[in-house]
Design a protein around this ligand. Structure first.
Ligand SMILES: Cc1cc2nc3c(=O)[nH]c(=O)nc-3n(C[C@H](O)[C@H](O)[C@H](O)COP(=O)(O)OP(=O)(O)OC[C@H]3O[C@@H](n4cnc5c(N)ncnc54)[C@H](O)[C@@H]3O)c2cc1C
Length: 391
């Protein structure tokens, strides 16, 4: 069994690490969040432009589209180094939108969007989910009706993260009600700030902002349809496959565990070091083993990607483990810190300066986002184990 990366990959990783850390000027690392949160600030945009200038955006895009043409595993290395530094994640443009356009977009769309994505000049939001279509995305209702040389859009989206600052909106709309529901969905791009698109903030319990979006008679020309009409559901699934190996970075979990570990190692309660408490020791040893299991899960996803196999099952198992372990770490931290653990982030006298209070609600999102864990379990049962769907 060989868990080593190649010399070229390690060299890439070292250079990326040095470069990323050099670009982490004050304010770039978001000290108020866990690393999954996507916020828009001038320093984040500056950081992304610096990443673009050094060729770190689109490393695995084909050279003909301005990428470096490196294997997909380099995206993984980059995502891990970004997460290890606590730096902002690369936005949706490089992964979901860029790759979908490269695979299925027209020349017009490629020319309009790909250079801007690589130069970090453009921000996107993704409009898939609706009030009655989350896990069951194929049930989406937002309607696109044929009109002249384009489509008239009406309906509502929910959970459009980044919708309040994005420039463009990747929209999944129903273009056909005949046949199986997943065969009647089309992907569009539309400017986010159009007058008949209303974006209303929805705060999440960890203080992030996501959005509800209402589209009222929005017109989208045919040139902004991605790929073939009614094939959108396939493109969405494909894009998620591209992203799976970078979504839940092991380094982020490692960073969170490091804060917990530092607390346990250094703090005393009632004159006794926490590290001497048998319950704390047992909990910490268990979590440390589970963090190593998370590393193995992430390597299994990477291994499938590198060898061109579907990573569906590995990614589903890894996502469940990653997100539920995050909750176990957050729970243990809050329990061990005691009542003071609930003091707000940055409170000087709070355990770990209130980091655990931030962590606890943040740990809810990953079990829901990018497909709820129950859906991942269904994938393992059906595709991995061949267990039929309940009737
Ligand atoms: C903070 C945040 C940001 C998000 N950002 C975006 C974004 O930018 N763009 C976007 O399009 N979406 C986004 N989402 C939406 C996200 O993808 C959905 O929340 C997710 O797909 C779950 O859908 P739902 O919330 O409608 O829950 P539901 O699908 O209604 O599920 C509710 C519960 O039922 C369970 N369940 C559902 N179906 C089954 C089943 N078949 N078997 C067993 N259990 C089941 C689920 O696991 C869950 O526990 C975001 C969500 C959050 C919370």
């Amino acid at each position: 069994m060989d868990f080593e990366f190649s010399a070229e990959e390690l060299e890439f990783r070292t250079r990326a690490r040095e470069y990323i850390r050099a670009q982490c000027k004050p304010g770039v690392i978001n000290e108020d969040a866990d690393g999954t949160r996507f916020v828009d600030t001038p320093v984040r945009r500056e950081f992304m432009r610096a990443m673009a200038a050094a060729g770190y955006l689109g490393v695995s895009w084909p050279k003909e589209y301005g990428g470096r043409g490196l294997p997909l595993i380099y995206d993984y290395h980059l995502a891990e180094e970004i997460a290890a530094a606590g730096a902002p994640q690369i936005g949706k443009g490089v992964g979901i939108i860029g790759r979908t356009l490269i695979a299925h977009g027209s020349e017009f769309l490629k020319q309009q969007f790909l250079p801007k994505i690589l130069n970090a000049e453009i921000e996107f939001a993704i409009g898939y989910s609706e009030p009655d279509a989350g896990s069951d995305l194929a049930s989406l209702k937002l309607r696109a009706t044929r009109e002249g040389n384009g489509w008239r859009i009406n309906g509502q989206k929910r959970f459009t993260t980044s919708g309040h600052f994005a420039d463009w909106y990747l929209l999944a709309a129903r273009t056909s009600t005949e046949g199986p529901k997943h065969k009647g969905i089309t992907l569009f791009l539309t400017p986010m700030k159009a007058p008949n698109i209303q974006v209303n903030g929805m705060p999440t319990l960890d203080g992030e902002r996501t959005n509800e979006v209402f589209l009222d008679n929005v017109f989208i020309g045919d040139e902004y349809v991605i790929g073939e009409v009614n094939r959108g559901f396939y493109y969405i699934s494909e894009a998620l496959d591209f992203e799976r190996h970078t979504l839940f970075s092991f380094a982020m979990l490692e960073r969170i565990f490091a804060v917990y570990l530092d607390y346990v190692r250094t703090v005393s309660r009632n004159g006794r070091p926490l590290r001497a408490d048998p319950v704390v020791r047992r909990t910490t040893a268990r979590l440390a083993s589970e963090v190593e299991i998370a590393r193995m899960h992430s390597l299994r996803v990477v291994d499938a990607v590198v060898h061109g196999r579907s990573s569906n099952i590995e990614a589903a198992m890894g996502k469940i483990w990653w997100s539920e372990l995050y909750q176990r770490i957050a729970n243990a931290a809050i329990e061990i810190a005691g009542p003071g653990g609930w003091l707000k982030l940055h409170t000087p006298e709070a355990p770990a300066k209130g980091y655990f209070q931030m962590l606890y609600p943040s740990a809810v999102l990953p079990t829901i986002g990018a497909g709820a864990n129950e859906i991942s379990r269904n994938i393992i049962a059906r595709r991995g184990l061949g267990l039929p769907n309940p009737t």
